[in-house]
Design a protein around this ligand. Structure first.
Ligand SMILES: C[S@@+](CC[C@H](N)C(=O)[O-])C[C@H]1O[C@@H](n2cnc3c(N)ncnc32)[C@H](O)[C@@H]1O
Length: 345
């Protein structure tokens, strides 16, 4: 056994801000923790190594769950692995007879394994089916990325690319997709990447991200309802954390971080304070205390070891005795899309 637990073959994904997350959770002997984004089990291993505690780990990707089976065995009753979405962690835990936990960790987005497997269709770097569904199609009503680019209206594509990818040329990309799909439906990542590349002309002298990066990010977030999941996950965590329990969330782009930041601002009472002109509104009692005044980012040595950590931001809070606060998801900055009936592949 290594320092961080049994050495098993799940180490292709390098966990980001792992020590900082474990510290933020304040892991203690006898505690019960939820790792809402198991992936390759990096956080789970670190939590289990920190103290004599237990972890319930969740992932919506069946591959992550099956790859974690040996890890469950090796931890001898200290680890339970559940396939499902962290947005429903309260009901998943209820199914296990658990109503309260000491900490919840979320490490948002996709894992290196998901990105690197061409057949999952997440990356423009490899040619594969244009899929991007983390749950591999278990939710029959959720579209694949190909369903979206082949069926969505121009208006919806523009909203997806601009709101979820912050793509300034969203309109041009959407129009180019409509023209291309009239000739032949999209089935592969290469097809989409090449349409986007031809639409977004980059100055070769400028070193910038691949032109398809924002389009692919937007589609991935849309297909997996990632921001709705985040909003639901934060409030599910709020409802299952014991007083004194900790919530630690690592996000990788501004859309996610804005939601996490506003969530903690609302829950710690940092919003709605009065001014000279407007008397203070008496809101509900804070359901979290801030754990740090500022967000935490990766240090230079971690960024050198793992460039993916460059964009990571950790925010964390400690649950108080107060009741959970219910707020309108829109107030957290959640973009709202009209429901669409997809004909799924
Ligand atoms: C960045 S990776 C986590 C890596 C992990 N912390 C580690 O150290 O190995 C994100 C993982 O969360 C999963 N995931 C993303 N959104 C999810 C959701 N809403 N519910 C459950 N799992 C989710 C993905 O399938 C992926 O395996």
């Amino acid at each position: 056994m290594s320092e961080t637990g049994p050495n098993i073959e799940l180490d292709r994904h390098i966990p980001v801000l792992c020590a900082e997350v474990t510290a933020a959770l304040g892991v203690r002997d006898g505690g019960l923790y939820v790792d809402g984004t198991f992936g390759a089990g990096g956080y789970t291993r670190a939590i289990l190594a920190a103290r004599d505690c237990k972890v319930i780990a969740i992932d919506r990707d069946p591959n992550a769950i099956s790859a974690g089976t040996d890890m469950v065995k090796s931890y001898d009753g200290r680890l339970v692995l559940v396939e499902g979405c962290f947005g429903s962690m309260d009901s998943l835990l209820k199914g296990l007879g658990v109503s309260q936990v000491d900490g919840v960790a979320l490490d948002l987005g996709v894992s290196s394994m998901q990105l690197d497997e061409a057949e999952r269709g997440f990356s423009f770097r490899f040619d594969g089916p244009l899929d991007m569904r983390m749950d591999q199609g278990k939710d029959e009503n959720a579209p694949s990325a190909a369903d979206v680019v082949n069926q969505a209206s121009e208006g919806l594509l523009v909203r997806i690319f601009s709101m979820l990818g912050e793509e300034r040329k969203a309109k041009s990309v959407a129009r180019a997709i409509l023209r291309a799909r009239d000739v032949e439906p999209f089935t592969t990542t290469r097809q989409l990447a090449s349409v986007v590349e031809k639409t977004i002309h980059q100055n070769p002298a400028k070193k910038s991200i691949h032109p398809a990066t924002r389009t692919f990010q937007a589609l991935r977030i849309y297909v997996n309802s990632e921001l709705d999941e985040l909003v639901n996950g934060l409030s599910a965590a709020e409802s299952i954390l014991k007083p004194g329990g900790r919530l630690a969330v690592v996000s990788f782009h501004s859309l996610e971080d804005r939601i996490v930041k506003r969530f903690f601002a609302q829950r710690t009472g940092r919003t709605g304070r009065g001014s000279r002109h407007m008397p203070e509104q008496i809101g509900p009692e804070s359901s979290f205390n801030e754990l740090a005044k500022r967000n935490v980012n990766a240090k230079e040595d971690e960024i050198a070891r793992n460039p993916r950590s460059r964009s990571a931001t950790l925010r964390a809070g400690e649950r108080t005795l107060a009741m959970p606060i219910h707020s309108d998801p829109k107030s957290l900055g959640l973009p709202v899309f009209d429901p669409v009936q997809w004909s799924t592949q």
